[in-house]
Design a protein. Sequence first.
Length: 242
Amino acid sequence: MIKGILFDKDGTLVDFFSLWLQATTQVIPNFLQQNKIEVSRELVQHLLQAIGVDCGKVDPKGALAYKSYGEIAEDVCAALEERGIILSVSETGKQLEKLFNENVTSQDAEFQLFTDMKVLMEDLKSRNIIIGLATADTETSAESCLGAIGVLEYFDYIGADDGRRKPKPDEEMFLEFAELFSLKAEEIAVVGDTYNDMIFARKNGGVAIGVLSGVSEAEDFGDEADYVIASIHELPGLLDRI
């Protein structure tokens, strides 16, 4: 029986493409300008491809789809090094985090949803399910997003990139959630839109629920998803069947 759910955020609770594709196309040129690197279409495209964005499409196993800012910074610096440009990975991570946070927490940021979030949260609470978040995004950005869509109060746990926690699929957030609420691994479902989310669930003994509302097609989950649904709109029905 599922007693706790760890949701991924982007692509699962909110639309990934309307927020992060737009943000990325602005952040990469701004990042280059900040480092006094000539902004060319070729270099921007090279960096976008390095983090899994090509021709407006996102690689479900690319950096932007699931990695933390520190990990994205490693890919960006490696791509720049191919062009003879050397930057500090740690400083790049800080710069990217700041630029992305400014973009996605701005008043202009719009969060497109897949269902009536308050109705969904009330449904989960009526089942006495403990609700958590496990995201590669920062705490500031994650809480800003949940507040903007009006559901922050429903979350019992926020697992995000705070500079200390290890990112998914490491066990840290899963174990922290389990220990805080005295849950067994098999009582926890992970709901996410990437293969990484499914591995996060599987390697820790949880239930892996893939959603097709983000960057992945069903085949991208491989054999790691226990269940696949179109979006979280179908989650209550799935819980009834489980």
